[in-house]
Design a protein around this ligand. Structure first.
Ligand SMILES: CC(C)(COP(=O)(O)OP(=O)(O)OC[C@H]1O[C@@H](n2cnc3c(N)ncnc32)[C@H](O)[C@@H]1O)[C@@H](O)C(=O)NCCC(=O)NCCS
Ligand SMILES: Nc1ncnc2c1ncn2[C@@H]1O[C@H](COP(=O)(O)OP(=O)(O)OP(=O)(O)O)[C@@H](O)[C@H]1O
Length: 198
């Protein structure tokens, strides 16, 4: 089975590209979705997070994501502590799901992960798709989508490697700064290139 990475930065358009790839027939595993599943109520992941970050559960015992985000984006040490709890759990789920898809005879899986390159997961993969936009476009879309002010948007951007630094690791670059039709056409091209690789 071939394994491809799909990455970018916060609000660069990964979800948009992932949706197009799924429409084309790709099997995509989404790290952000897995990251939510490992902290569902009653999970060992949520228990570990609540112990390390007191006060982040709401009245129903669910994770208050905004509260935890405020504590970890902008504080590298706190973020590293959260990553140390969650990343092994996310990695474990990714492996289990990839194995299950391999047993079903799926020929290629795409792992949609914002921190693919930061966590050096790209090194073992058969290719990497990078969804890129200029930093100013990324910041503007982030502020618009999540209703963040500039300081909060900057803190989130600073928690990741700059997109320009990730370019050197890309097998395929998807420039998502134009309109969605342009992005779709490029993603179709990338998908054909993946199919051609076997
Ligand atoms: C801090 C949390 C609770 C904030 O939740 P929130 O709903 O506001 O954001 P969401 O999870 O949808 O993430 C949005 C984007 O933020 C960025 N991001 C998330 N976690 C991190 C992190 N640890 N470091 C850098 N960027 C991150 C990613 O680009 C992601 O796509 C949440 O992001 C989290 O649990 N992060 C740790 C797990 C993780 O690393 N997830 C990233 C995928 S592996
Ligand atoms: N080509 C485009 N033109 C204009 N807006 C776009 C384009 N692509 C994406 N957007 C918008 O930019 C925002 C970010 O896109 P998207 O949610 O796909 O990013 P993402 O990389 O998945 O983000 P995250 O990693 O933070 O979840 C969304 O509001 C989306 O509607």
């Amino acid at each position: 089975m071939k394994l491809y990475g799909l990455t970018g930065g916060i609000a660069s358009g990964k979800s948009t590209v992932s949706r197009i790839l799924r429409e084309l027939g790709a099997q995509v595993l989404d790290a952000d979705v897995i990251a939510r599943e490992v902290v569902e109520p009653g999970s060992p992941g949520l228990q570990a997070v609540a112990e390390r970050f007191p006060g982040v559960l709401d009245a129903d015992g669910r994770l208050d994501r905004a509260k935890l985000g405020a504590r970890v984006f902008g504080d590298a040490q706190e973020r590293a502590a959260l990553n140390a709890i969650l990343h092994p759990l996310i990695g474990q789920q990714f492996l289990l799901r990839t194995q299950a898809l391999a047993e079903l005879g799926v020929e290629r899986v795409i792992y949609d992960a914002p921190l693919l390159i930061e966590n050096r997961l790209h090194e073992g993969m058969d290719g990497v798709v990078l969804v890129w936009v200029p930093r100013e476009v990324q910041k503007a879309r982030l502020m618009g989508r999540d209703g963040l002010d500039e300081a909060a948007a900057e803190a989130r951007l600073a928690a990741q490697l700059p997109l320009d630094g990730k370019r050197q690791h890309a097998t395929w670059l998807v420039d998502n700064s134009g309109d969605l039709g342009t992005t779709r056409a490029r993603v179709e091209e990338v998908w054909r290139a993946m199919l051609a690789r076997g």
